[in-house]
Design a protein around this ligand. Structure first.
Ligand SMILES: [Zn+2]
Length: 297
């Protein structure tokens, strides 16, 4: 077995249990990790804990080890902050309550978003009956694998307004893109999420300190989360340049915080976020107490 610190890792991967793409079940994720020589993974679905029994089954005999995890949504002053929780007890009452309530918020905001998209298509001249849309079955439901389900696609195909998925994304999606939320979902304050992860024995790590739904400058975000007693920062990401990673890394080194890396893989639609990208090994991170939580197979 390789020395731990030479293992390539990816601690931020989404599966079919959130918005990772329907075909991306654990088997496909582990296969892809093996293909890309990634030996330590974490499946961090939105407000859905890793199914440990299932993941163990797929990792067995592959040389892939894992950390259990989830990515929790939180909101503060109109900014959205996602917090990765690793190695928590998924039977803990507080964590179950947090996941359940976030799943409801997610499903509601997804449905609202699609309502707004339909309004935009009507404004753009498409002949859509609003009542027919609201009566149409399907759409996001507050349960793992269903919280991000698109209703708009099957509706528009059934109505003959678009041909298929490709046609939808080519022609209709651009009309609605850039308008992701009509009303921001009411996720909890980040301090609440951090507290619950710690209560359940987990390690909270700030995901993507820079991203489109957080308008704060990077250094303000880092200072804020240090004050909120976060334990680590995702410093290496497929969508970060060297400068951003360096600022994050230096901040972690000065404040004794855990340093992690992840692709934020969301299925094949986003090739630049493929599993194991960026190529980072354990010794280029600082996993600290997370090292004790790795489940080896
Ligand atoms: Zn993510």
């Amino acid at each position: 077995m390789k020395k731990h610190n030479e293992m390539k890792l990816d601690l931020h991967i989404h599966s079919c249990f959130s918005d990772g793409g329907e075909e991306w079940d654990y088997a496909k994720i582990v296969n892809e990790a093996v293909k890309n020589s990634v030996e330590l993974i974490s499946i961090t679905d939105h407000d859905v804990a890793t199914d440990v029994i299932l993941l163990k089954k797929h990792c067995m005999g592959t040389g892939v080890s894992f950390l259990t995890g989830a990515e929790f949504s939180s909101m503060l002053n109109g900014n959205s902050h996602d917090i990765l929780g690793y190695g928590f007890d998924w039977h803990n009452d507080a964590i179950i309550k947090l996941m359940d309530s976030n799943l409801i918020h997610q499903a509601v905001s997804y449905n609202q978003k699609e309502d707004f998209w339909i309004e935009l298509l009507i404004e753009a001249g498409y002949l859509i009956d609003w009542k027919e849309w609201t009566m149409f079955e399907g759409g996001a439901k507050p349960s793992p694998g269903n919280q991000f389900k698109l209703k708009i696609l099957s509706f528009l195909i059934q109505k003959g307004i678009c041909r298929d998925r490709e046609d939808y994304f080519d022609r209709l999606y651009p009309i609605t893109s850039g308008t992701p939320f009509t009303k921001l979902p009411t996720f909890p304050h980040p301090s609440e999420v951090i507290k619950v992860i710690k209560t359940a024995g987990g390690i909270p790590v700030l995901a993507h300190p820079v991203w489109r739904y957080n308008k704060l400058p990077l250094t303000d975000t880092l200072d804020l989360f240090k004050d909120l007693e976060i334990e680590g920062i995702e410093c290496y990401r497929s969508d970060f340049n060297n400068e951003t990673s360096n600022v994050c890394r230096q901040f972690c080194e000065s404040n004794n915080l855990i340093i992690t890396a992840g692709s934020d893989h969301h299925g094949t639609t986003n090739d630049d976020k493929k599993i194991g990208s960026p190529a980072i090994t354990i010794n280029e991170c600082n996993l600290g107490v997370l090292m004790d939580k790795i489940i080896y197979y």
